[in-house]
Design a protein around this ligand. Structure first.
Ligand SMILES: *Cc1c(COP(=O)(O)O)cnc(C)c1O
Length: 358
């Protein structure tokens, strides 16, 4: 016997690789290829270093206010955290406390089952249909809560708001978390539904559409009662998750909506062109509503393509998991990065033949 018997043992979430090597084309973790808003530079320059001796505002009020202003909400309807991973973990801890199994898709963000295991929350995965779509009916059964990503990851599939409303309206006794990490790339946010349903919470992040994965800011939007419960749990865990610098530069960044919208537009345009290229090379995929495309090739196994690209310093994501092991998730980069990707793919024999260029 030893102290090890008393340890909490978990299988951690494994994020996509962050290669240390330079000059790689990084299309594996859905980061934004464009730099963040210039408003950050101004806000950083105005930072009073002396103020860092003081604890930050535990409510991160300036950042909460900026998000509330941009999304037309009251401050009491917004919660912020250290990336949406922190926000989602707090939501799991706060909202999934019934002891009944929570429901989420079998193919989705792979952090959901990690948090559930960590917090000893029982769960039942609901299989996506053959097109990798969520079936709303699967979520109309007794449960202790529901979480899904829309658009879903790693599929890029968008679920219509009418289907989301069915799930939310059919579960008045459960909190439904809609993880909208990729909503700014062409989807339609379920945000307006929070005023109609008090059991719906929307989680979003600055990491993808606002080019700030390195800063770590995420937020949740819901009715003020739910946000209050969420803050109570947060203050019972760590009052000072957001530091002073992040609060002030994050607030400046989110207010620059023009720059943000333009970046999203450029990424969506590149995505359209990339879909055309993938089609020409014989890849199979469904229309993406995110900043990545989930592709598979009828002739060349995904694992082979993944390794070949990696040898050529192009990183994409391959998940060695049931149902999706023959797919690759390719982040939409700049036009130049995508051109490099397609040039490299054309040198793979089975793919070159498919494109008629062998
Ligand atoms: C990237 C991602 C997140 C987390 O993003 P943060 O960087 O922690 O804000 C959450 N959910 C999904 C589906 C994601 O893809």
């Amino acid at each position: 016997m030893s102290w090890e018997n008393n340890i909490r043992k978990v299988v951690p979430y494994v994020p996509g690789e962050q290669p240390r090597e330079r000059n790689v084309i990084k299309l594996n973790t859905n980061e934004n290829p464009y730099p963040p808003s210039n408003a950050i530079k101004t806000a950083l320059a105005a930072t009073d270093i002396g103020s860092l001796r003081l604890y930050p505002d535990p409510a991160a009020g300036d950042l909460v206010e900026a998000v509330a202003d941009v999304y037309g909400l009251k401050k009491s309807e917004v919660f912020v955290g250290v990336g949406s991973d922190d926000v989602l973990a707090m939501l799991f801890m706060t909202c999934f406390h019934s002891g009944k199994p929570i429901l989420f898709p079998d193919i989705t963000y792979s952090f959901y089952d990690v948090w559930a295991d960590l917090m000893e929350i029982p769960y039942e995965k609901q299989p996506l249909d053959e097109n990798f779509c969520i079936r709303a009916e699967d979520y109309l059964k007794p449960n202790g809560g529901i979480v899904f990503a829309n658009p879903n990851a790693p599929t890029g599939e968008f679920l219509a708001l009418s289907e989301i409303e069915k799930i939310v309206a059919g579960n008045p006794d459960s909190v439904v978390i809609c993880d909208e990490a990729y909503i700014d790339f062409g989807g339609e946010s379920a945000l307006p539904l929070i005023h109609k349903y008090d059991n719906l919470v929307i989680a979003q992040t600055f990491s993808k559409s606002r080019s700030l994965a390195g800063l770590r800011i995420g937020f949740a939007m819901a009715n003020e009662k739910l946000i209050k419960y969420l803050n109570d749990v947060k203050y019972s865990f760590n009052s000072y998750t957001m530091n002073r610098t992040v609060i002030s530069i994050g607030a400046a960044a989110v207010r620059d909506t023009g720059y943000f919208k333009n970046c999203c537009k450029r990424i969506m345009e590149t995505r359209e062109r990339a879909e055309e290229e993938f089609r020409n090379l014989g890849f199979r995929f469904r229309k993406s509503s995110a900043n990545f495309i989930f592709v598979s090739h009828p002739k060349v196994p995904a694992e082979e393509i993944f390794r070949y690209l990696k040898e050529h310093k192009i990183y994409v994501r391959w998940f060695n998991k049931p149902r999706i092991s023959n797919y690759l998730r390719v982040t939409v980069g700049t036009d130049a990065e995508m051109a490099n990707l397609f040039a490299c793919l054309r040198t793979i024999p089975g793919i070159a033949e498919e494109s008629g260029e062998a």
